[in-house]
Design a binder for this molecule. Structure first.
Ligand code: THU
Length: 133
C-alpha cells in the first residue's frame, strides 16, 4: 500500500534528525515517494566550504537514482520553521529533471501542510530531452 501524506511527512521528520547543519542550524528532511511505491529519504549536509552543502531534497533524489529509480510521484519536505518551506531553485531543477509534474508537500511546525505541483513552482524549467528514458 502506498504511504499516506502523513506517513511521508513522518519519514521526512525521521530523516531530518540526521541533518548536519552546524552553520545555518536549519535542519531539513525530505521523503521522496517513487512511482513504484518506494520511499527514499534525505537530509541536508553542510560543509565548511559552504558551497559544497547539499539540500535534503537533492540527497533524497540522488539516493533514489543511485538505487536505479528515476520516476517519482511525491516529495515531502519538513523544516523547523513555523511556516512550510519550499525547495530552493537548484532542488527545483533537480526534481524537474526526473518528474516535471511532481507533487511537492511541505510541512512546518505549526502543523500547516501545503501542496503544489512542481510545474507550478518551476514553470518552464530547463531540461534536455533524454533518449530511452
Ligand atoms: N536547505 C535544504 O535542505 N533544502 C532547501 O530547499 C533549502 C535549503 C538547506 C541547505 C542549508 O543546509 C540550509 O538549508 C540553509 O540554507
Amino acid at each position: 500500500m502506498l504511504p499516506s501524506d502523513d506517513q511521508l511527512i513522518k519519514r521526512a521528520r525521521e530523516a531530518q534528525k540526521h541533518a548536519y547543519a552546524p552553520y545555518s542550524e536549519f535542519n531539513v528532511g525530505a521523503a521522496l515517494l517513487t512511482d513504484d511505491g518506494q520511499v527514499f529519504t534525505g537530509c541536508n549536509v553542510e560543509n565548511s566550504t559552504f558551497g559544497a552543502t547539499i539540500c535534503a531534497e537533492r540527497t533524497a533524489v540522488f539516493t533514489a537514482v543511485c538505487h536505479g529509480v528515476r520516476r517519482f510521484s511525491k516529495i515531502a519536505i519538513v523544516t523547523d520553521s513555523e511556516e512550510p518551506a519550499w525547495p530552493c531553485g537548484i532542488c527545483r531543477s533537480v526534481l524537474f529533471e526526473f518528474t516535471p509534474d511532481l507533487e511537492v508537500i511541505t510541512a512546518g511546525t505549526s502543523g500547516k501542510i501545503e501542496r503544489m505541483r512542481l510545474s507550478q513552482l518551476y514553470p518552464k524549467g530547463f531540461r534536455f530531452t533524454v533518449k530511452n528514458e
